[in-house]
Design a protein around this ligand. Structure first.
Ligand code: HEC
Ligand SMILES: [Cu+2]
Length: 474
């Protein structure tokens, strides 16, 4: 009896010590180092530390922003920018990755980091619905400069809309010190209108498939690194560029007019394997690190030397180098001003969503509906309403749509999952709910049920409101 009691108290002691240890362990886990993200063209400082347990928080967000002067585009982003922020970690780091998808997103997103060893580079564990956060962990086994991107179906479309960035895994001990580091990422965009056509431009799946890019840009928009937005350096400094290529399609012939790369780490590997290079190839979904010392003042021009892209599609950037002339290295006429075919005043185009003061005519409602369709639905159902076979059902001549208009309204308000049959074909995918007001829904439903051979009465905003109320009471 006595010994039993004794045993029990020892047990208790063991249990409480275990709890204590467990607690300590928990607190340690919470004390992970937060990785600081840097937004292009900026690069966060080299890491002065040993491999550690770190934490990365990244948010996916869909934003309408400037693609060129007078041209707006609905970008799908990491961190609200194109490219997404640069993540700087160290070889041997144990990374806990938190991917949040903003609640206003229309699409689910995930992340494939080329620096991750494991299924889908993290994509398999990070599919995240709007308003959710996914967490996964990995160990950074390989140093190098890697691309990350969204890998949610249709993958090409998520990348084409801007979902990529760079993750730098520093080798232990870091890279050799330089004076300035910049982050540059090239990518190509495909829009309904031609290059420079003003207004809101929806994504063109047809052009993306044909690899017929309207825009080829550095850091997400035409002119993102030009004029006032050019980066700066001083004569005598050594510059390191971390250059990525998000694609989705084009391979970059990366070149800096007026410089020679003293050192290139081709393909973003850790070996400084080439010297005295004029242009370096950067594959889509790949990178390069280039270094050069600037000897003379002036404007260095970053280009994709597949040169029509530079002067006709936007692939231009600038580094302004200040300091004393060095006529020994270079003397003569300074460069002319760079030719910017579509320069001029920035014209912001607001995406109006307010309700009309005067009731719209039938025709105006359909026009309005078309605009809402192009901004909110065409990405999936396509401009001509034909959908994408097996993934996004058609709206043109859709029996499912035309049989039951209140049901179509419910689909737009609440989204849709589960198997459905459209024109004799099965679809089993996810349509996210659409954040639209009752006027917009009545107009967009009006548009899709009166275009592409469809014909139906227009629902009023009041009828949509009733359907919404019935859904809420469900
Ligand atoms: C993110 C992609 C996506 C967006 C954006 C989207 N849909 Fe859908 N939609 C789908 C998918 C996927 C389905 C089929 C869901 C299923 O399989 O259960 C669907 C189904 C439908 C259907 C019923 C099926 C049919 O073909 O008739 C209608 C109607 C519809 N969507 C209308 C719209 C409208 C209107 C908008 C814009 C306000 C819109 N959708 C935006 C993906 C999308
Ligand atoms: Cu995505």
């Amino acid at each position: 009896m006595y010994s039993r009691t004794k045993l029990t108290s020892i047990h208790l002691l063991v249990i409480s010590i275990t709890i204590l240890f467990f607690r300590t362990d928990l607190t340690l886990a919470e004390q992970r180092l937060q990785v600081q993200l840097s937004y292009a063209p900026n690069v966060s400082a080299p890491l002065q530390r040993n491999p550690s347990k770190v934490r990365v928080d990244l948010e996916t967000k869909e934003v309408t922003a400037r693609l060129a002067d007078g041209v707006d585009y609905n970008f799908w982003t990491f961190g609200g920018t194109v490219p997404g922020p640069m993540i700087r970690i160290m070889e041997g780091d144990e990374v806990e990755f938190h991917l949040s998808n903003h609640p206003f997103s229309k699409m689910p997103h995930n992340i494939d980091l080329h620096a991750v060893t494991g299924p889908g580079g993290g994509a398999a564990s990070s599919l995240t619905a709007p308003g959710h956060t996914s967490t996964f962990s990995f160990k950074a086994l390989n140093a190098g400069l890697y691309v990350y991107h969204c890998a949610t179906a249709p993958v090409g479309m998520h990348i084409a809309n801007g979902m990529y960035g760079l993750i730098l895994v520093e080798p232990e001990g870091g890279l050799p010190p330089v004076d300035r580091e910049f982050y540059v990422m090239q990518s190509d965009f495909y829009t309904k209108g031609e290059y420079g056509e003003e207004g809101f431009q929806p994504f063109s799946m047809e052009k993306a498939i044909d690899e017929d890019a309207d825009y080829v840009v550095f850091n997400g928009s035409v002119g993102a690194m030009v004029g006032d937005r050019a980066v700066r350096a001083k004569v005598g400094e050594t510059i390191r560029l971390y250059v990525g290529n998000g694609g989705p399609n084009l391979v970059s012939s990366f070149h800096v007019i007026g410089e020679i790369f003293d050192t290139v780490y081709t393909e973003g590997g850790t070996l400084p394997n080439q010297q005295n290079v004029q242009s370096t190839l950067i594959p889509a979904g790949g990178s390069a690190i280039v270094e050069f010392k600037v000897e003379v003042p002036g404007t260095l021009i970053l280009v994709d030397h597949s040169i029509f892209r530079a002067f006709n599609k936007g692939a231009l950037g600038m580094i302004n180098v200040e300091g004393p002339d060095n006529s020994l290295v270079y003397s003569g006429k300074q460069a002319d001003r760079i030719y910017l075919p579509e320069g001029g005043a920035i014209q912001e185009v607001a995406v109006a969503n307010e309700e009309p003061a005067i009731p719209l005519t039938h025709e105006e409602r359909l026009q309005r509906g078309q605009r809402i369709y192009e901004q909110n639905c065409a990405a999936c159902h396509q401009m001509e309403g034909k959908g994408i076979s097996g993934v996004f059902p058609p709206l043109a001549n859709s029996d499912y749509l035309m049989q039951d208009l209140p049901r179509a309204v419910r689909v737009v308000i609440s989204g849709l999952t589960g198997e459905i049959d459209v024109n004799g074909k099965k679809y089993n995918n996810i349509m996210p709910s659409q954040r639209l007001n009752d006027h917009d829904i009545s107009n967009v439903i009006g548009y899709i049920t009166n275009t592409w051979g469809n014909q139906a009465e227009l629902l009023s905003a009041a009828e949509v409101a009733e359907i919404r109320a019935a859904l809420a009471n469900h």
